[in-house]
Ligand binder design. Structure first.
Ligand code: GTP
Ligand code: MG
Length: 193
């Protein structure tokens, strides 16, 4: 999809703040700093519509972006940032769980994992959680530019094995630096629109 129009609609916390629209939604989930905001910006050819930072834990709300008047990307706060208090973490969990389980507009979740590392305990929990609720997942392995191409297969197998990957889901090697995987990501997303 070539995107000409992309605007932030609302930064929501509670259900009452979700946009009152019926258009499809695609949410992004992943630990802090994995590259969720960068993924959105890469797909829509913007430098900084979705906030990116080198400071983890920056996105604290559900940020709804309207794309081409057609669907919402929903950027979700990152999980697993050690310096966030337990109270904050529980609050985050609740916000996300409510959105995930009570929003019929949600069509698929882009689950992002840093392909350089073994999935964390939280990555595995997140994937299981999504599968438990029968969500369609687009697994995006980020920061592919940091790994030589010859090793991609090995990292893909490692991630799939570690999370118990469902082969019905999509798996995409991605880099917001080289734009690797951008077309594949759009193809996967457009199946749900
Ligand atoms: P939170 O909002 O804090 O949860 O983080 P996020 O998941 O939105 O991550 P963000 O997109 O802000 O990126 C975090 C850092 O990783 C930034 O410094 C990005 O420039 C960098 N980054 C993101 N994607 C890539 C990538 O594909 N390759 C490389 N080399 N760096 C990336
Ligand atoms: Mg972010």
């Amino acid at each position: 999809m070539k995107v000409h129009q992309a605007d932030i609609v609302i930064s929501a916390v509670s259900k009452a703040q979700y946009p009152p629209t019926a258009i499809p939604e695609i949410a992004l989930a992943g630990r802090s700093n994995v590259g969720k905001s960068s993924f959105i910006n890469t797909l829509i050819d913007r430098k900084s519509l979705a906030r990116t930072s080198s400071k983890p834990g920056k996105t604290q709300t559900l940020n709804f972006y309207l794309i081409e008047g057609k669907f919402h990307f929903v950027d979700v706060p990152g999980y697993g940032y050690a310096k966030v208090s337990k109270t904050e973490r529980n609050k985050w969990g609740k916000i996300f769980e409510t959105y995930l389980t009570e929003r019929p507009q949600l069509q698929a979740v882009v689950s992002l994992m840093d392909m350089r590392h073994e999935p964390s305990k939280e990555d595995i929990q997140m994937y299981n959680f999504l599968k438990y609720y029968n969500k369609s997942v687009i697994l995006v392995a980020t920061k592919a530019d940091k790994i030589p191409r010859g090793k991609w297969n090995k990292h893909e197998s490692m991630i799939k094995k570690s999370i118990g990957f469902d082969e019905e889901d999509d798996f995409i090697m991605f880099s917001s630096v080289t734009k690797q995987g951008k077309e594949a990501a759009w193809q996967a997303i457009e199946k749900y629109l």
